[in-house]
Write a protein that binds this ligand. Structure first.
Ligand code: NAD
Ligand code: UDX
Length: 451
């Protein structure tokens, strides 16, 4: 099926490449010409495991452009542009609005299209986008068939290709059966898993076919916010208990295992640490609180989730202060900048909060990240840090090391060499990534989260 993706970021690019791999003719559009140039040269502009390989395999079905082609005949247009937070907490729809207008301007008379909000958008956005498109068509006196649907995306960064190929469910919110049918056709290879799994992203064992949930656009829109708020709440819940575990002398990793094995609770998203970050949880929890506020409906649980998370990041600073007493004049080495392992994304990364707080308290901050350092230098040229090529270099002169990002590489740090280069002996494992016993054996004072 002829498919156009507007916006080739983490969602748009992954979705575009995956749909091309499944056999559709896909045009990926981005207004940033540098992104398009790089993609045309076969180089993905984001770090996602398996994406480059899939791009190579699907390249015959893919086109990249900085303008939308004329939209004729039957097809699907997926809007996957950013929806960042506005000052009042709302999702900023300016990129969605601009994309909808640009799409509308390219629709030709014979078109039969479903335009899809794949971006995470506030309740009512399907109708809002439909209004933009219909008004434009009326102004241009173009008679085309256009439906607007909501199709929220649930992929997580760092496993975007995996999540796109093997989703738990596909949610389609549409008012007209024709729109549902076109999207069902688009996703048929996923729903039926008729494609051969790429070598680098194999189908998980015991994977069962994803459910197709069809609903009203409003329910689909709310499902996305509910999913992210629930996952963020689960993490804040375990982090709150991690704080209590520190007081009573329990180990939160054992507590998480004990409760996670209850199939009603489930073991995922119970990993205590530095608190959640990233491009979605913060903005989406804030946006749903703002939406609910318009109905005078306080979202008390979501509100508490955000507060616990804010505190969780600062707790790392408190622990450092408890151990080192005075932070002014100390040198702290941060292992990790990205908001989580396997991504280069720095949006709402806990490392940025730590850097600001430590700098404010007069500490010198050294940083290492296996992938995200170039992006950090580019996006935050003023970041008050010293960049280090590898963990051994990072350790030089440090009073304390902090594991900020759960990179798998950090599970195998050369601890003895690192300890030998430090001034102090503190290792604060803000991700509970390492074994306290192993770390202590290398001469470190180990501090984890809730253990
Ligand atoms: P992103 O910032 O990585 O990418 C957005 C892209 O859209 C950018 O490359 C930008 O240049 C492009 N763009 C903006 N306006 C455009 C226009 N008019 N025409 C063409 N291109 C345009 O964003 P993202 O992280 O992929 O997120 C996109 C949406 O998906 C957001 O609403 C987000 O909440 C949602 N989402 C994100 C994730 C995730 O893990 N990142 C997961 C699920 C849902
Ligand atoms: C999230 C949702 O998982 C995804 O469904 C949605 O589409 C986009 O938002 P993402 O932000 O990419 O995905 O990553 P995710 O794996 O959910 O992690 C979010 C944050 O929570 C990260 O900072 C991560 O380190 C943290 N986290 C996750 C924990 O602290 N503990 C956990 O147990 C799980």
């Amino acid at each position: 099926m002829n498919t156009i993706i507007i916006g080739t970021g983490y969602v748009g690019l992954t979705t575009g490449i995956v749909l091309a791999y499944l056999g559709h003719e896909v045009t990926c559009v981005d207004k940033n010409p540098a992104i398009i140039e790089s993609l045309k040269a076969g180089i993905p502009t984001i770090h996602e495991p398996g994406l480059k390989e899939l791009l190579d395999e699907a390249k015959d079905k893919l086109r990249f452009s900085d303008t939308i082609p004329p939209l004729r005949g039957e097809g699907v247009v997926l809007i996957a542009v950013g929806t960042p937070t506005k000052d009042n907490g709302d999702a900023d729809l300016r990129y969605v609005d601009a994309a909808a207008k640009e799409v509308a301007a390219c629709i030709r008379a014979d078109a039969k299209l479903v335009v899809v909000n794949k971006s995470t958008v506030p309740i009512g956005s399907a109708r809002h986008v439909e209004g933009i498109i219909k008004r434009s068509l009326a102004q241009r006196e173009v008679e085309a068939t256009v439906w607007v649907a909501s199709n929220p995306e649930f992929l997580a960064e760092g496993k975007a290709v995996h999540d796109s190929l093997y989703p738990d469910r596909v949610v389609i919110g549409a008012s007209e059966p024709e729109a549902v049918n076109l999207l069902r056709e688009l996703y048929a290879p996923l729903l039926e898993q008729t494609f051969s799994a790429p070598l680098q992203t194999p189908r998980p064992e015991n994977y069962s076919l994803p459910s197709l949930i069809t609903s009203s656009p409003t329910s689909a829109e709310l499902s996305k916010y509910a999913a992210n708020a629930f996952l963020a709440t689960k993490i804040s819940f375990i982090n709150e208990f991690a704080g209590l575990a520190e007081h009573v002398g329990a180990d939160i990793t054992q507590v998480a295992r004990a409760i996670g094995l209850d199939s009603r609770i489930g073991s995922k998203f119970l990993h205590a640490g530095i608190g959640w970050g990233g491009s979605c949880f913060g903005k989406d929890t804030q946006a749903i609180i703002t939406t609910a506020g318009r109905y005078d409906y306080p979202m008390k649980i979501v509100d508490a989730t955000i507060k616990v998370n804010r505190q969780q990041r600062l707790h790392v600073i408190e622990r450092l202060q408890q151990q080192l007493k005075v932070l002014r004049g100390t040198t702290i080495g941060l292992l990790g900048l990205a908001f989580k392992g396997n991504t280069d994304d720095l949006r709402d990364a806990p490392a940025l909060t730590l850097i600001a707080e430590l700098h404010e308290r007069g500490a010198v901050v050294r940083v290492h990240d296996p992938i995200a350092m170039d992006k950090a230098k580019e996006q935050y040229p003023e970041l008050p840090v010293e960049y280090c090529e590898d963990p051994e270099c990072l350790a030089i002169g440090c009073d304390a090391l902090v594991i900020v990002t759960d990179w798998q590489d950090y599970k195998h740090l050369p601890l003895a060499e690192m300890k030998a280069r430090m001034r102090g002996d503190l290792l604060l494992d803000a991700r509970n990534l390492l074994s306290p016993v192993d770390v202590a054996e290398q001469g470190f004072a180990y501090v984890g989260v809730g253990r």
